[in-house]
Design a protein around this ligand. Structure first.
Ligand code: GAR
Length: 222
């Protein structure tokens, strides 16, 4: 009997280009996971079409149909737990999550954020990075993968990939460059988790049985 692959559920809200990078890596077998379901809080998310094209199970839990954040999160949790994944992957999932929901998946939920955390938590990260560059306070920008905790974009960072900022960048140009790095970064970190190399203990990230003292920095070529 073949050994079942490590199972993940991916949560999206929009385009799903990170989802696509994960699908591609899983199909090429460079990422040893099975994507059990793709769940969107928006019925019109383009990522749902990408998932369907890849033959994946798709679900919609539309946040506009719920009276409270708690009710939405409870329904989302039920939808995720129905497929019993080993890891929940937030890939452009643009919802604030309740503490109960986050606690339920503690140490088993990852997020990718388009900045070099702790810089630029929250929204509009590319415009804010560009403004900071023009003021001389940063020279680079990038993306971070972190464990999800109750603090918005504040969970322990596992790894980062950076890009240089150029004087003639616009937020859109910068976003495209960062997204390219996200597509390299996220499948790799998910792979580490799937291979049992990565874990969260308290607020500490462990990789290959060593406590990380700072995020792993992915080189430009990987
Ligand atoms: C990505 O840049 C991701 O880092 C960001 O949303 C985009 C989704 O793109 N996530 C956040 O801002 C979460 N705080 P995608 O739908 O094409 O993967």
């Amino acid at each position: 009997m073949p050994i079942p692959k490590f199972s993940i559920v991916i949560l999206i809200s929009g385009s799903g280009s990170n989802l696509q990078a994960i699908i591609d890596a899983a199909e090429k077998n460079t990422l040893p996971v099975e994507i059990c379901a793709v769940i969107s809080n928006r019925p019109d998310a383009k990522g749902l079409q990408r998932a369907a094209r890849a033959g994946l199970r798709t679900e919609v839990v539309d946040h506009t149909q719920f009276n409270s954040r708690e009710d939405f999160d409870a329904s989302l949790q039920q939808c995720i737990d129905n497929v019993e994944p080993q890891l929940v992957v937030l890939a452009g999932f643009m919802r604030l999550l309740t503490d109960n929901f986050v606690d339920h998946y503690s140490g088993h939920m990852l997020n990718i954020h388009p900045s070099l955390l702790p810089n630029f938590k929250g929204l509009n990260t590319h415009a804010r990075a560009l403004a900071a560059f023009k003021e001389g306070s940063v020279t680079e920008h990038g993306a971070s993968v972190h464990f999800v905790t109750a603090q918005l974009d504040g969970g322990p960072v596992i790894a980062q990939a950076s890009v240089a900022i150029a004087a003639d960048d616009t937020p859109d140009i910068l976003a495209t460059r960062v997204l390219g790095r996200e597509h390299q970064l996220y499948p790799q970190i998910i792979g580490w988790f799937a291979e049992g190399r990565l874990r969260l203990q308290g607020n500490q990230v462990w990789l290959d049985e060593k406590a990380l003292t700072s995020p792993v920095v992915l080189s430009a070529n990987c």
